[in-house]
Design a binder for this molecule. Structure first.
Ligand code: HEM
Length: 170
């Protein structure tokens, strides 16, 4: 039953990777766009940049994040990836989500408070986004075993809520 779901794993992966490219790319572009919201920018340009920033955040970056997380969550179960590298990865995904929320807060602030025209230096925001990305990629590509950490058994095995179909072995 639901064999088609298992054979669709490559599609889930393509969707996951395509969405996270858009997500991470957007999170790196937004601080640079926000840096153009300074007081020296003329009113017309300011309106245009503010609009572009808003559209990028709400219609591109946030939907891409949601799609990446949904596809990634499906992959956890389809690939039975209950392994230490995944937990480490999820901790850094949480940091990425925090950076996402921080950028959203800045986008909202420059839109709602015309006086708040001094967004943080793009360097610091870009670093806050880059750190989790640069940790997540090696974790997911090398899948280190973390043998030196004694993980409890319940964290590494499914708790009986199995999917109603077989998943492919590695
Ligand atoms: C809640 C968010 C996420 C979840 C639940 C998740 C989960 C997963 C899972 C289970 C896989 C399949 C691994 C395998 O086939 O062995 C995967 C693949 C992958 N993920 Fe994520 N992921 C998330 C976010 C991210 C983010 C933010 C990045 C990068 C910044 C990322 C990068 C990748 C890459 C590059 C692959 C392909 C790895 C490979 O096929 O070897 N993921 N993800």
């Amino acid at each position: 039953m639901l064999d088609w779901l298992v054979s669709a794993i490559p599609i889930f992966k393509v969707v996951h990777i395509a969405a996270l490219i858009m997500w991470c790319g957007g999170l790196l572009a937004l601080p640079l766009m926000l840096s153009r919201h300074g007081p020296s920018v003329m009113a017309d340009d300011y309106r245009m940049i503010r609009h572009a920033t808003h559209i990028t955040y709400t219609l591109c970056v946030t939907p891409a994040a949601v799609i990446a997380v949904i596809a990634g969550t499906w992959l956890i179960f389809l690939r039975e990836a209950f392994e230490p590298w995944l937990f480490a990865k999820l901790a850094f995904v949480a940091l990425l989500v925090a950076s996402h929320a921080w950028i959203g807060h800045i986008v909202a602030k420059v839109a709602e408070e015309p006086t708040h025209q001094n967004p943080p230096q793009p360097f610091f925001v870009v670093v806050a986004v880059l750190i989790p990305i640069l940790v997540i990629l090696p974790l997911v590509l090398a899948k280190p075993a973390f043998d030196w950490i004694d993980f409890p058994e319940w964290l590494l095995t499914p708790r009986g809520g199995q999917l109603p179909f077989d998943v492919p072995s590695r």
